[in-house]
Write a protein that binds this ligand. Sequence first.
Ligand SMILES: Cc1cc2nc3c(=O)[nH]c(=O)nc-3n(C[C@H](O)[C@H](O)[C@H](O)COP(=O)(O)OP(=O)(O)OC[C@H]3O[C@@H](n4cnc5c(N)ncnc54)[C@H](O)[C@@H]3O)c2cc1C
Length: 316
Amino acid sequence: MADIKELLPAIRENVSLADYTSFKIGGWTKYFFEANTKNELIKALKAIEQTNLSFFILAGGSNVLFSDNGFDGLVIKIQFSDFECQDLDIYADAGAKLLDIVNLSVEKELTGLEWAAGIYGTIGGAVRGNAGAFNSSITNVLKQVKVLVLPDLKIKNFSRDECKFGYRESIFKKNNNLIILSAILELKKGNKKKIKEEIENNIAYRKDNHPLDKPSAGSIFKNPEFKMIDKGLFKDYPDLKKFSSSGTVPAGFLIDTAGLRGKRIGNAKISEKHCNFIVNLGKATAEDVLGLIDLAKETIRALFGIELEQEIIIVK
Ligand SMILES: Cc1cc2nc3c(=O)[nH]c(=O)nc-3n(C[C@H](O)[C@H](O)[C@H](O)COP(=O)(O)OP(=O)(O)OC[C@H]3O[C@@H](n4cnc5c(N)ncnc54)[C@H](O)[C@@H]3O)c2cc1C
């Protein structure tokens, strides 16, 4: 078997994953490699093929919970992050930060990305998870995605339709053999003052409603569909009815109604500010977070008969 250290001399050993996630949680990865270019990514994937190591693609780390036991393989961090604007289109490498792309859209007076202000992470992560907020998502502006297809390492362009987007879903989430290299976003000409105003409002909303002072990974669960709610529950929980027009019930509302606001296991806590966030109080472990996830799932299942589905990616 080939030696990964010979194939990838820039590889690092025993790297703390907590340092690379917004949760600040996770053990050590056996190997860690930063792909600063697409060619370096391809080189790393070829090395994987020759060594049979497991691998995980990491970008901004803002939607991931790594195990306390770390990762027994190679974590490849996507670092290539060039972006530019051509007329109404923004061409962005997978590792480009969503926040930088939002800033570029303001500078160029382009509208369509105001909802993304305040979301950490990269374009690649956002496309894979169909990131969204304020009733919008990356789907609404996505024109094309360039993808590296394993195991042949062929490059293929995916149109928006081919991405098979759903609520926090995409073809990429269902198939780990598809690695996003870059994306083209198509925006519209807008009014700079209005764009800035909407962004400021969205950021203010996040500051008021999200626990931004503590490490987290954003919303833990997807919001369940309203149609999954047993109408018999309206008698005991009349407030549920107010979500009938939105199509989904906020997971945070269910968790709060179940009495789990502020619930703590070890050093992880269900945020008092927003019950769909779990925050790291300082030295939380993945075990603490998983304990709260299980508790929320069991309680919501018992009370509302609903199966909560995780939005975050758990790497065990
Ligand atoms: C405070 C806070 C608020 C948040 N608010 C929101 C919000 O409003 N809406 C929302 O949707 N999300 C939100 N998030 C979650 C997160 O920021 C987004 O999901 C973001 O798009 C994840 O991108 P990332 O680069 O950090 O991905 P990572 O966390 O690094 O990775 C996420 C997943 O995508 C995969 N991946 C990453 N890059 C690629 C690639 N190039 N090709 C293939 N797979 C890839 C990884 O393997 C992993 O499975 C929030 C997070 C925080 C911490």
